[in-house]
Design a protein around this ligand. Sequence first.
Ligand code: ZN
Ligand code: ZN
Ligand code: ZN
Ligand code: ZN
Ligand code: ZN
Ligand code: ZN
Length: 380
Amino acid sequence: MPTDLEALRSTAMLLLLLMAGACSPAIAAPLCPVCEREASVSAPLDRDTGLRYHESCVEKGAVPRCDQCDGPAPRRIVVEKGEFHESCFREHMAPRCVECGLPVGRHGIDDGPMHPSCFRRLQRREPTLPGSMNEPPLRCDLCGDAISGELEVGAWGEIYHSRHAERTAHCDACGRLAAEHLSGEPFACADGRTLCGVCAETAISTKSEARRLFAHVGARLAERRIDVDAGRVKLVLAGLQELSNERNDGRRARGLSEHTYDRKGWTGSTIHLLAPLPEVELRGVLAHELGHVWLASRGLGDRAAWAVEGTCNLLQLWELRHRGGELGTRLIEKLEEDDDEVYGEGLRRVRRRVSSTGWKGWTEEFSEMPAIPERSFGER
Ligand SMILES: [Zn+2]
Ligand SMILES: [Zn+2]
Ligand SMILES: [Zn+2]
Ligand SMILES: [Zn+2]
Ligand SMILES: [Zn+2]
Ligand SMILES: [Zn+2]
C-alpha cells in the first residue's frame, strides 16, 4: 500500500506529465502551412489561426495578405476598404455596440449599432455584462451565417454578405437595410421606394398630417422672423416620378415649390412634397421649401442660386436639429457633405456669412444681391 506521501508524490508527477503534455504544442516550432517545415516564432502570422508562414512561402503560395497587419490571411474578409483577417476586421473596422463597446453587426435600435442581447438587457434595465460575455460570433445580419469572404458594411453598421446586396433594399430615408428582423417591417411605397420599419412608423402620407407639420415648422421659422402667409400656401403630396418630372436638373427631389405673381408681386405658392417620408425628414423638407416661399413672397427668389439654396438648406438644417434624433443627425451630415456647387457649397458659404454677420446681417446682404432673372420657378 503506498503511503500518503507516495500517493501525493505520484499525483504531483502525473500533474507534471499532464502539464508537459498540454504545453508541448506551444513549445514546438510552428509548421508553415505552405511548405510544412518549421517557421520561426517571429515569422508572418495568420492572426485568425495562429499559424506562422515563411515570408517566401506567402509569396510562393500566393497567400493573400491582410490590409491591416500585412500578415498572411488565407480566409479573409473582403469589404470595400480592403481584405482583412476576421480578427483585424473586428478590432479595427467592425462597427461597435453603443452599449458594450464590442464589435457588432446587427443593430436593434435607433441610436446606433447594438447587440440584440445588449438591447434586451437595456430594455429590461439590467446592467451591462463585462465585455467578453457579450461577444457574439460575427455573423451576417441577413442570413445569420458566419462571415467570411466578401461582405458589405451598411450605413448603420450592418454587416452582410455581398451576395445579398442586390436583393436587399435600403431605406430611402435613413439608408438602413430594410429587413424585418433588423429594422421592422419595411414599407413598399407606390413610387418604388422602400422605407424601413423605423422610418415607416413615423411616415407622413396624408395631406392633413403634412398640414399639421407645416404649422409646427412655420411657427418655429416665425420665431426667427421668417414669416409666411400660410393661407396662400398649398401643399401637394407626390411620388418620386411626379416630383422628378417637375424638376429638370436630375437631382433627386424631396420637395419643390412653385410661386405665382401678379403685377404687384407674390400671390401664392404650391409646395410639392415627396410622400411618404418619415416625419423628421419631411419637417426638414418643409423648412427648406418654406424658405423658398418666404424669399419669393419678399421678391427675393431670383438671387444667385447658391445664396437661395444655401439659405433654404440652412433653414432645413436648423429644423433637423429640433428633435431630429439619429435620422436628423444623418440628414444634416448629408447636407453638410453635399459636394454640389449650389446646394452643398451654398450651405457652407451661407453658414460662414451667418456666423460672421448674424442671420439679420445675412438677410440684409442677401436682399442687396443682384437678381438673376431666369431663376424664379421650380425650386427644390
Ligand atoms: Zn514555408
Ligand atoms: Zn490582419
Ligand atoms: Zn453589446
Ligand atoms: Zn449572409
Ligand atoms: Zn429608414
Ligand atoms: Zn431649394
